[in-house]
Design a protein around this ligand. Structure first.
Ligand SMILES: Nc1ncnc2c1ncn2[C@@H]1O[C@H](COP(=O)(O)OS(=O)(=O)O)[C@@H](OP(=O)(O)O)[C@H]1O
Length: 430
């Protein structure tokens, strides 16, 4: 099915029509860069010749601007739409090869390669074998643009998983080689977003809950892989689900899938983490007009006056208890700890440490972090655009009775000490 601008427009609105139209329009392209905006899309003339590249594109709501830029010779695209799966497929084809066209195509190809080589040398990435190839150029540019919109371009499918549907030639879905396992409310979303800046990193936008939920784990690793974004060879896929850290089954399951998994753990002052955990749940209840207890009533057993160890918010903050379960399967060297409190104050430092740990080229710059005074947090800045986390991150914490706060500090102290001892590193938690 060939599609014209109108079909793309309709598809953008989420209405895939049965119409079979064939309209030929020229594809805008600038120098060797080909620009396709899904919602402002034009199709060039079509002719049969070997297929060069094929894009599968997720459905994009209108108004959401998605840009492909690639260093390709100019040619044609054929768009097809798979109504059932709601996938748009852009197929790049070269035009009919007359002698003049062959010459111009070859000239263009050489010109493109020179430009690509120039680009690679300029960006200092020439020392990596696959990086300077066309796919990587695509990766860098496509992921930059798609990453921005990916979160909004997922559709719920029956098993509760979310689907990501961007497929570009030479890409495939890979099982993650790195997991952000926790801790809940530690700053895991911020970390994932920061790492996403790196061109060699792709991230699963949703929490997949594969290792902690039986119904997901029982679907097998292939189902899990299917939840991962498409990536090029050499890119690292990262998934974050903070519930993994406290799940008794997760360590063994992760180990079974990949015993050399790299594990990132964002830790935060356990007292603050507990308050944050409470604030999230309390807000949820408030929104549903359900009754909620005061923080003090939640964490202190009023009969004994002691910290209520049965409260899940407290249990999740006893890091050592969960961590020793992970050590049954993984070496300490497989973990990298991120100081969640410092991640708020100085994200660049924490992220560069992760970059080093993952042996990534240093591509994340201090300029990528910009402090947003209104939010009171750092946001990501790429291409002059600033992206902050949603308001569900950085909620106002309740004012806590100082005596209760102190009780909590006392309570966590021995657990913290054991944790520091086990990991060979201390954090600024009193
Ligand atoms: N840049 C930036 N923007 C907003 N929020 C930031 C940021 N960096 C770290 N944080 C802290 O992240 C805390 C939420 O942690 P998580 O993302 O791990 O929460 S969750 O477990 O996924 O619900 C959240 O905790 P609360 O402030 O208690 O809500 C933030 O303090």
């Amino acid at each position: 099915m060939l599609a014209d601008w109108n079909t793309v427009y309709k598809a953008c609105l989420g209405i895939l029509m049965e119409e079979r139209t064939e309209t030929k329009k020229s594809l805008p392209w600038v120098a060797t860069s080909l620009l396709v905006k899904i919602c402002k899309f034009k199709i060039s003339e079509t002719s049969k010749c070997p297929q060069i590249i094929k894009f599968q594109i997720e459905m994009v709501p209108c108004g959401q601007e998605v840009t492909f830029t690639s260093h390709l010779i100019p040619g044609n695209f054929i768009m097809s739409a798979n109504k059932q799966q709601q996938i748009l497929i852009l197929q790049y084809r070269c035009p009919k090869l007359t002698r003049i066209k062959v010459i111009s195509v070859v000239t263009m190809a050489v010109f493109s390669m020179v430009l690509i080589a120039f680009y690679c040398l300029q960006s200092g990435i020439h020392n990596r074998s696959t990086v300077c190839s066309l796919p990587h150029n695509l990766t860098t540019l496509v992921t930059k643009d798609f990453k921005k919109s990916r979160q909004k371009i997922v559709t719920t499918i029956p098993n509760g998983f979310k689907k990501s549907r961007l497929k570009i030639a030479h890409t495939h879905r890979q099982l993650p080689q790195c997991l952000i396992i926790g801790v809940k409310k530690g700053g895991t979303r911020a970390l994932l977003n920061y790492l996403n800046i790196h061109p060699d990193v792709v991230t699963a936008s949703d929490e997949i809950h594969f290792f902690d939920r039986n119904e997901n784990y029982n679907q097998g690793f292939d189902a899990y892989r299917h939840e991962m974004p498409f990536s090029f060879k050499g890119q690292i896929t990262i998934e974050k689900t903070p519930a993994y850290f406290t799940s008794p089954k997760a360590p063994k399951r992760v180990f079974r899938m990949n015993n050399s998994m790299k594990l990132l753990l964002v830790v935060r002052d356990p007292v603050e983490r507990t308050i944050s955990d409470y604030a999230q749940v309390a807000e949820g209840k408030r929104m549903k007009n359900k009754p909620w207890e005061l923080f003090e009533d939640k964490v202190i057993d009023r009969k004994t006056g002691q910290v209520d160890k049965t409260y899940s918010g407290i249990q999740r903050s006893i890091y050592i208890r969960h961590f020793i379960r992970w050590l049954e399967y993984f070496q300490l060297s497989q973990f990298h700890f991120i100081d969640g409190d410092n991640l708020v104050r100085n994200p660049y430092k924490e992220v560069v440490d992760v970059e080093t740990y993952l042996r990534l080229d240093p591509r994340i710059k201090v300029e990528n972090f910009i402090f947003n005074k209104t939010k009171g947090f750092y946001c990501v800045k790429i291409d002059e655009k600033e992206k902050c986390l949603s308001d569900s991150k950085g909620r106002k914490h309740p004012d806590v009775d100082p005596n209760v706060y102190q009780k909590l500090q006392h309570f966590f102290h021995p657990y913290n000490e054991r944790f520091f001892h086990r990991i060979g590193r201390r954090f600024n938690w009193s």
